[in-house]
Design a protein around this ligand. Structure first.
Ligand code: NIG
Ligand code: FE
Length: 419
């Protein structure tokens, strides 16, 4: 019997299925194999993928419903929507003045320690209305969608007090209820120390653990908990106690690790069993090995190294040691103001020496694993969400090659054309 479908995308130059890795992330040479079907087709019904294969096979095994939509992807690449596993996109204000200061030689940390940086965004965010924050968040999500992203993680962290952090997570929840994109919420109350806690940092850690975490858990506002573990911000001990407490409340740990200095962040991520450790520009050899052993995913953010003019994360060394790598924009107002996963993929190739195939695996199926969403998104396989991207590219290598422009031709989110 032929299966009924309401969406058929056919005749693609290449369908990058990324198949076979819904159960665990790709490592080592697995990143190179995109499970490509040339002359391929994808068929879906009610937002779920029914079949993926050669166009002739799919056409003979499926039956178009009367209202079905058919798209001819001749000469184009069809692939799963990008997944962005690390953003801070709900905030007010912007930091172009700080960008100029950095160009004149000030560092990111100097600006932060002088009360700017994250704290200037905190000030603007606390002053903004809920509706204003939602509107700004919505516009950034629209931008992500136009750039081919189907699933986005969003962290709180620009309030740094209990009511404010809860409000940000409520804004994130409202966005996830009203926007076409899938949103994964992360609590990051430990993003910086508010000025009033400058000389009593452990009191703030206690506030996060004793007041914020129980509220976040009780109101089911987040799935993950993240900490900015860095010299001059949250130290190893503070980060560990926050993440251990988060686990008791059922939140899965993530970590901003070894971004500015080598600090033992990767080792901590392995010790607490974090789902991912992110940034890792200064990760140690020991840290890489422990991450590989513990199965911690490295979420690499080359846009941040680029924008902060820092050396890039040692991605090749991590891949060689069996660490699963994913890619993300790190969308935030200070260290990476971009919604373009396409630019991130180009940077990953040019600056971290990933091959185009490795970068595309890292931006889809492995990124989905970093959010524990690989059962639903990140590849084109029967049973998964029909989150499908059609790229104006004749070959997957063209995606990082023709850089700095938007190659997205159309985006289907749960089978519905949204771009
Ligand atoms: O991932 N490192 C800490 N947090 C963000 C930056 C946030 C900001 O500068 O506003 C990051 O780079
Ligand atoms: Fe970040």
């Amino acid at each position: 019997m032929k299966q009924s479908v309401d969406l058929l995308i056919k005749n693609a130059a290449q369908v990058l299925t990324m198949a076979g890795f819904s159960h665990r992330p790709k490592r080592g040479s697995e990143l190179e194999d995109l499970a490509i079907i040339s002359g391929g087709a994808v068929a879906a019904l009610e937002g779920k993928i029914i079949a993926v294969g050669k166009t002739a096979d799919i056409e003979s095994s499926t039956q178009l419903l009367p209202h079905a939509r058919v798209f001819d992807a001749w000469g184009k690449v069809v692939m799963p929507c990008f997944v962005d596993p690390h953003t801070h996109l709900v905030f007010a204000g912007s930091r172009q003045a700080e960008f100029e200061l950095r160009l004149k030689g000030a560092t990111y940390m100097e600006i932060m320690q002088a009360g700017g940086g994250i704290l200037s965004t905190v000030k603007a965010t606390l002053q903004a209305s809920r509706g204003g924050l939602e509107e700004m968040g919505r516009r950034r999500l629209d931008m992500f969608m136009k750039q081919g992203v189907g699933t986005v993680e969003i962290k709180s962290g620009y309030a740094l007090n209990t009511e404010g952090e809860i409000r940000l997570l409520e804004v994130i929840r409202h966005l996830s209820q009203t926007h076409a994109l899938d949103i994964v919420p992360t609590f990051m109350g430990a993003h910086a120390f508010p000025p009033e806690y400058k000389d009593r940092q452990d009191d703030f850690v206690r506030l996060v653990i004793e007041e914020m975490l129980p509220r976040v858990a009780e109101e089911k506002l987040a799935e993950f908990c993240d900490v900015f573990c860095e010299e001059g911000v949250f130290n190893i001990e503070q980060s560990e106690s926050i993440l251990e407490s988060a686990k008791k409340y059922g939140l899965l740990p993530k970590l901003h690790a070894d971004e500015i200095v080598s600090f033992g962040g990767a080792e901590l991520a392995a010790r607490v069993g974090a789902v991912s450790a992110d940034h890792l520009l200064k990760v140690s050899l020991q840290g890489m090995e422990e991450m590989a052993e513990a199965g911690v995913i490295a979420v690499l953010l080359p846009g941040t190294a680029f924008f902060l003019m820092e050396p890039f994360a040692p991605a090749r060394e991590m891949i060689d040691r069996g660490v699963a790598v994913a890619l993300s924009t790190d969308r935030n107002p200070g260290s990476s103001p971009t919604e373009s996963m396409q630019l991130i993929i180009t940077l990953a190739c040019l600056k971290m020496k990933l091959t185009p195939a490795e970068a595309l695996s890292a931006a889809t199926i492995n990124a989905a694993h970093a959010l524990r969403r690989a059962g639903a998104v990140g590849s084109l396989e029967a049973g998964k969400q029909a989150d499908i991207l059609i790229m104006d590219a004749p070959d997957y290598r063209y995606i990082p090659y023709h850089y700095g422009v938007n190659l997205v031709e159309s985006v289907y989110k749960r089978g519905v054309k949204v771009v």
